[in-house]
Design a protein around this ligand. Sequence first.
Ligand SMILES: [Zn+2]
Ligand SMILES: [Zn+2]
Length: 181
Amino acid sequence: MPKLRNTISHMSNGTDDTEPPIAGQLRSAGLRATRARIAIGEALTEADAPMGLADLATLLEHQQLPRSTVFRAVSELTTAGILNRYEFEEGFARYEIANGARGHHHHFICRECRGVLDLDGLGELERHMGRAEASIETTHGHVVEGHRLDLFGLCSRCASDAKKAQDRNAGRNSDKRGNRQ
Ligand SMILES: [Zn+2]
Ligand SMILES: [Zn+2]
């Protein structure tokens, strides 16, 4: 196994400096570094939230990658564990690099604009979850391999828009009352 890895890295000598991280992940998964797989990996590395297939395919259109090629590559990368697939009750799935630079994290889904945001700084929650997982293992004997947690609500922008609209309505109502007097 180490020998095979040496051979491959020798073959790709000279490109190592510019090699995207996804290339290494593909190699470890035993997948060939095709143009589509690399492009998907790079696009999702740069994305600041998980992306749907349609958006991803549109983003990669200028690289002359047919949509069917993108769809197939995404499904292969998901099966290989390189991509995480999420369902946020939107009627379509979103994808994200499984072991990206952000590491383990959770998502906030805005019910108004349907934006999906990565959440950082949940260290306290993760420590609680770690203890809960350990206790599930001791109490029930289940082997916990991880957890997923989505938070829903209004993003800061939609929340402030909603508040402004509310204030406007309140103002209008008090005007009406004022006129009546
Ligand atoms: Zn929003
Ligand atoms: Zn977590």
